[in-house]
Design a protein around this ligand. Structure first.
Ligand code: KIV
Ligand code: ZN
Length: 508
């Protein structure tokens, strides 16, 4: 018999804590909708008390998502729990996820509390959360470096107080599979109350063992696993959802467990996250890496052509990977674009579709063949569009190998044109300097990348720009068959996101 495993996705909370992975409210909603489409059981939408922006995002996700449980993280304190509840109470299926550290090292140096105080605080706060919400998860932070008997004691108390899920995190990614298995078996012997709740695990990937440890935990009785898309998260990240889910699906014969995840949505979720954060996955990343289904060596290609199963243990189609088709052309209408958007899984407003259609027509004028990849890039950019405080009007670049590059960039803002000239170290730098002068604010360029969306001389260039201001990073994307234009669009998009977030935080 196959055991059902619940997937608790924390891309929007633990994932977002990883450097360079912050998302604005619009992006979080898009990501949450994708997670819901994948049939994730629980979506951890954020840490409501951590900032006003986080609170608003958790609440917006709670309002949007209907099919999955929506959770907010909260430390074991009244203020945290009040704020978490304020944010998730609007959800169809809300959960409060509260935690406290239980390892001697954390209790002594971080919390400055005795073990007795920690048990008391945890039980009291679970009881407090329970007054609001019937679904309460309790996590023992740094559980794998905690004393087993102490864990059994605290779990007994929080279960008595009403916790319905007990999460056992490997916070620092320290444990190894056999050890974790034995640890969990022993814990269940010491704490019979665990029989009455869902046992969950949350494994970090510091030793590259997060998925392996999660699988060992399933064998030992865990029924919920906490994961993130592309494995993003604190430091080396969390267990990657796509790896865990596909391992359970592909090796169900030995693992005897499965999830309800719609695996054909995996690739789309991975790409959406990369396009939001600008953090690409490594090419050889399991399941979603560019090379995961590529067969380079002649002997492998020959084998796969003879029979796919020679070198393929799962099909590319099972994760939603399809070969890029030539789809739409110059003469395709809005109706065809709407249908394509639906087929590719985009949920666009009429306004966003209208904008995408204008971009599509511009692209069709410049590019002979338009592929799914081009359409996906256009649609995902429009779906995530924030109000355009600044809009590019025109640019002129003067550059060469024997002159200093200069750029003249003109933008519109509130109906007025602003134009600035700047010199720079190459054409892109000159253009960015000119935009910096227009914005009149100290902006730091953190990252700049340029990729081609599909192949060919007329391929669409996809530029990523990350800028930072006041300690926050904003990622912008720009698309054009002209790479300088794509780069300017990306920079302006990042500036617009910064303005959008600042306005949201200030309640504008
Ligand atoms: O890694 C961890 O321990 C956590 C908890 C807050 C669940 O993220
Ligand atoms: Zn974590």
């Amino acid at each position: 018999m196959s055991k059902h495993i619940k997937i608790f996705d924390t891309t929007l909370r633990d994932g977002e804590q990883s450097p360079g992975c912050s998302m604005n409210i619009k992006e979080k909603i898009q990501m949450a909708k994708q997670l819901e489409r994948m049939k994730v059981d629980i979506i951890e939408a954020g840490f409501a008390i951590s900032s006003p922006g986080d609170f608003k995002s958790v609440r917006a996700v709670a309002e949007t998502v209907k099919e999955s449980v929506v959770a907010s993280l909260a430390r074991a304190g009244k203020e945290d729990i009040d704020r978490a509840w304020e944010a998730v109470s609007v959800a169809e299926q809300p959960r409060i996820h509260t935690f406290i550290a239980t390892s001697p090292i954390h209790m002594k140096y971080k919390l400055n509390m005795t073990p007795d105080q920690v048990v008391e605080q945890a039980a009291e706060m679970v009881k407090y959360a329970k007054k609001y919400c019937s679904d309460v998860e309790f996590s023992a932070e740094d559980a794998t470096r905690s004393d087993l008997e102490f864990l059994a004691r605290i779990f007994t108390e929080v279960i008595k107080a009403g916790a319905t899920t007990i999460n056992i995190p490997d916070t620092v990614g320290y444990t190894v599979p056999d050890e974790f298995y034995d640890f969990l078996i022993k814990l269940q012997e010491l704490c019979p109350a665990l029989d009455n709740v869902d046992i969950s695990v949350h494994c970090h990937n510091d030793l590259g063992l997060a998925v392996a440890n999660s699988l060992a935990a399933i064998k030992a009785g865990a029924v919920q696993v906490e994961t993130t898309i592309n494995g993003i998260g604190e430091r080396a990240g969390n267990a990657a959802m796509e790896e865990l889910v596909m391992a359970l699906k592909t090796r169900n014969d030995v693992l005897k467990a499965d999830t309800g995840i719609v695996t054909t949505e995996i690739m789309r979720a991975s790409k959406l996250l990369s396009s939001i954060t600008g953090v690409k996955v490594q090419p050889n990343k399991a399941i979603v890496g560019e090379n995961a289904f590529a067969h380079e060596a002649g002997i492998h290609q020959h084998g796969v052509l003879q029979h796919k199963s020679t070198y393929e243990i799962m099909t590319p189609e099972s994760i939603g990977l399809t070969t890029s088709n030539m789809v739409l052309g110059k003469h395709s209408g809005k109706h065809a674009l709407r249908n394509k958007a639906k087929e590719l899984g985009f949920d666009l407003t009429e306004e966003a579709l209208e904008r995408a259609f204008v971009r599509f027509k511009e692209l069709a004028d410049k590019k002979k063949q338009i592929y799914d990849g081009d359409i996906e890039a256009l649609l995902s950019k429009e779906a995530l569009q924030v109000p355009k405080a600044y809009q590019m009007k025109s640019f002129v670049i003067n550059s060469g190998n024997s002159i200093t590059s200069t750029a003249v960039v003109a933008v519109t803002k509130d109906g007025k044109t602003i134009e600035k000239v700047a010199r720079g170290d190459g054409p892109i730098d000159a253009a960015f300097q000119a935009i910096g002068k227009i914005v009149g604010k100290k902006l730091r360029l953190e990252d700049y990348q340029l990729h081609s969306v599909t192949e060919g001389m007329d391929a669409l260039g996809d530029a990523l720009v990350k800028i930072s201001s006041n300690g926050k990073t904003y990622a912008g994307r720009g698309l054009s068959t002209d790479v300088i234009e794509a780069s300017i669009h990306a920079y302006i998009n990042a500036v617009n996101k910064m303005i959008y977030e600042e306005n949201k935080t200030n309640g504008v």
